[in-house]
Write a protein that binds this ligand. Sequence first.
Ligand code: KIV
Length: 275
Amino acid sequence: MSVPRLREMKRGGERIGMLTAYDYPTARLLDRSGTDVLLVGDSLGMVVLGYSSTVYVTMEDMIHHVRAVVRGTERALVVGDLPFGSYNEGPVQAVRSATRLVKEGGCAAVKLEGGIEMAPAVRAISEAGIPVVGHVGLLPQSSAKVGGFKVQARTAEDVAALLESGRALEKAGAFMLIAEAVPTPVGALLSRSLAVPVVGIGAGPGCDGQVLVTTDMLGIQDELTPRYLKRYAHLSGTIESAVRSYLSEVREGGFPGEEHGYGMEPGEEARLPEV
Ligand code: KIV
């Protein structure tokens, strides 16, 4: 998978399948299943590291997890998320952080959140030779500013501002955009307005592709169910029942069985000392 191939997919009307990944075994499974783009999102902070917000995620957290995902990936394009505070000071800081994520983490591209105000940072990263993904609509890193995780661009003025941001990010060199939590007609309009692919999360079926947080769609995390989420498995139940079976077999002596143990060389057991 490559940046030109993703553009070609948009031109040919082929939808892009993207998922988040944070570790080596999951990356291997998602990659083997044919996922086009693996995003090491800063959702890492909330779904894997147990932070209460993505704003606490550090560059070191990101680099550590990007490396694991890259090691588990053969085909998909790996995108690393720039964490809060690593690009907000301006283009110089943004290029420095993007370079670290690519050089130390090994990802092929980076993502940052923000609209037209982030165009200078996107331009600088892209001109430094690093493919960059924009992220518009709901911006989890600055969700406190809009009062939480709320649907964005519900008025004509907000839609006009979103389109302006999308065009500015595309012009600045973003090769793809994520559109998060915008009404279905707005996701479709944004996708139609841009030459680069727009991948939606809660942005409706009119986008050029879809992304979901893997722990949500597999039902590993099952406490919150946003409207846009579809669960394709319920792994939390599967894991809990497997662990309960294991614990009761350990406690009752059902595990390990004969077949899980190792024998000695013939005749050697009889020579063991008496204790
Ligand atoms: O951090 C993340 O996982 C994301 C996706 C929700 C797009 O930004």
